[in-house]
Each structure stands twice: as structure tokens, then as C-alpha cells.
Design a binder for this molecule. Structure first.
Ligand SMILES: O=P(O)(O)O[C@H]1O[C@H](CO)[C@@H](O)[C@H]1O
Ligand SMILES: O=c1cc[nH]c(=O)[nH]1
Length: 253
């Protein structure tokens, strides 16, 4: 195996074959499924939470690389992919809706994120918006519409933690720090659609460094109705979001 050209991902410049776009799911298990929807899928490397495949759309190479959960590991994946020539990042994730009218199985495209993370502060001060790239968002929205998805476009709350930062009391301690008590209700009142854990870091990093990024997610729970996802519904929703991100990549390469 060739010596890696970056610290964590185990990838070389030669692996990239000119790719400038990467699809970045959180879950390493999603990577192969995404790559298999494109042409000539090849496994490149698997290290820690970072699994990478390369495939082609419209004859152009695309990298699929998992970020793992949360901002710190996302910042590593994005940084090292950018070092290797990636300029456009499309995150495809799962998410918990917080608005009562958003249903499990619906698809969300994020225009900007509430920065409830820490890693984004290592790239830009809190005043800087975690905003998605317009062309990435347009591509994701039109791919989602074409797929027939029930689509919602808007703001996401992106938290470092799954439990307190998303105001979950059904935990071991049952305790949520004061900062996050009643925070879900406040986000709901402001029209925030959902919670997830990577977009604040991804969007801030990219918007502040001349990189393009967009984000699509499948709704696997609605926090006003249930906490635990149904396994079959989760698979179905994830697979719908994955098809949308691949179609958006086709439009952007
Ligand atoms: O399905 P992924 O892409 O991992 O996204 C969501 O799922 C994880 C939490 O279960 C977090 O990473 C969150 O952002
Ligand atoms: O509620 C949820 C569901 C998926 N991912 C999250 O971060 N939160």
C-alpha cells in the first residue's frame, strides 16, 4: 500500500484521480452504499471513522468519505480532503425533526445551521454564519424535488452532543445543563427544522475558506412524537437521501 499523503484518511493524491467533489456521510457504513450508486466504485481506505471510496458520475471521479459523528472528526475529513483537491462537499445524514409538521421519511435540505458545536469556532468566530453554498443547495433541492421527496428547506440546529445539546432528558442522569433547558422550544419557535451533529462545522469551515458545501438529511425521528427510530423506516429514509445526494453530485461535477 502506498504511503498516505494525509495524516488520517489513508488517501494519496493518486487515489483522487482529479476528484474535486466529495460526498460526506457521517456513518462509515453509508459510504459503500453511496459509491455503489455511481459508476466504477472502488474502496480506497478505512481508518478509524474514515472510510473512503471513489466512484464516477458523468465520467468524473467523486470521493465518498465518512466523517464520523460530530464536528472534530468532520473537520479532519474536510481538511484532509481539501488538501487532496476537494472543493465541493455534500453531506448526507440522518436527522431528528423538531417541527410537528415534518414527518419521518421526509427530506431536509439545510440552508444554514445554528452553531451548537465547538469545532466551527476553530475556523471562524461565532458572528460568522454557518451557511450552505447556493449552488450546492440548489442542486440538492432540485434533486430532492425530482425524487418526489416530501422536502423541507431551512435551518438546522447542529450540536456537538446528541443528548444534552439536543435537549434529551431520557438519559442516564436525566439532567440537561441550564444552557440547553427549553432550547428545543426556542428553536421550534424560530422555525428551526431539525437536529444533527456535523453541519455547523462543515458549513462554517467551507463558507469561511472558499469551499462549497451543502447538506441533505433524511428524517428518522420526530422529537415531538418519538425518540427511537423504526429500523426499517430508517433504512428506507437513508436510502432516499443517498439517492438525492448522488443526483445532486451529478449536477455539480
Ligand atoms: O447519520 P449521520 O450522518 O451520522 O448523522 C446523524 O446521526 C448521528 C447521530 O446518531 C450524527 O452524526 C448525526 O448528525
Ligand atoms: O435526533 C437525531 C437523529 C439523528 N441524528 C441526530 O443528531 N439527532
Amino acid at each position: 500500500m502506498a504511503q498516505s499523503d494525509v495524516f488520517h484518511l489513508g488517501l494519496t493524491n493518486a487515489d483522487m484521480q482529479g476528484a474535486t467533489l466529495a460526498i460526506v456521510p457521517g456513518d462509515p457504513e453509508r459510504v459503500k452504499k453511496i459509491a455503489m450508486l455511481m459508476d466504477n466504485p472502488v474502496h480506497l481506505a478505512s481508518h478509524r471513522e474514515f472510510t473512503s471510496w471513489r466512484a464516477q458520475v458523468n465520467g468524473k471521479s467523486v470521493i465518498v468519505c465518512s466523517t464520523g459523528i460530530g464536528g472534530p472528526s468532520t473537520s479532519i475529513a474536510v481538511e484532509e480532503l481539501a488538501q487532496l483537491g476537494i472543493r465541493t462537499f455534500l453531506r448526507v445524514g440522518t436527522t431528528g425533526a423538531i417541527q410537528p409538521h415534518i414527518n419521518v421519511g421526509d427530506v431536509l435540505v439545510t440552508t444554514g445551521s445554528v452553531r451548537l458545536d465547538g469545532a466551527s469556532l476553530h475556523f471562524a468566530p461565532m458572528e460568522f454564519p454557518a451557511v450552505a453554498d447556493f449552488e450546492c443547495t440548489t442542486a440538492l433541492v432540485s434533486a430532492a424535488r425530482e425524487s418526489g421527496a416530501e422536502l423541507h428547506v431551512g435551518i438546522t440546529a447542529s450540536s456537538d452532543t446528541f443528548y444534552p445539546g439536543q435537549e434529551r432528558y431520557d438519559t442516564f442522569s436525566g439532567r440537561v445543563v441550564r444552557r440547553f433547558q427549553h432550547s428545543m422550544e426556542e428553536w421550534q419557535q424560530m422555525g428551526v427544522m431539525n437536529y444533527e451533529m456535523e453541519s455547523a462545522t462543515l458549513l462554517t469551515m467551507c463558507a469561511s475558506q472558499g469551499l462549497r458545501a451543502g447538506m441533505v438529511a433524511g428524517v428518522i425521528v420526530n422529537r415531538t412524537q418519538q425518540e427511537i427510530p423504526d429500523a426499517d423506516m430508517m433504512k428506507q429514509t437513508e436510502s432516499h437521501a443517498v439517492k438525492i445526494v448522488v443526483e445532486a453530485a451529478r449536477r455539480l461535477v
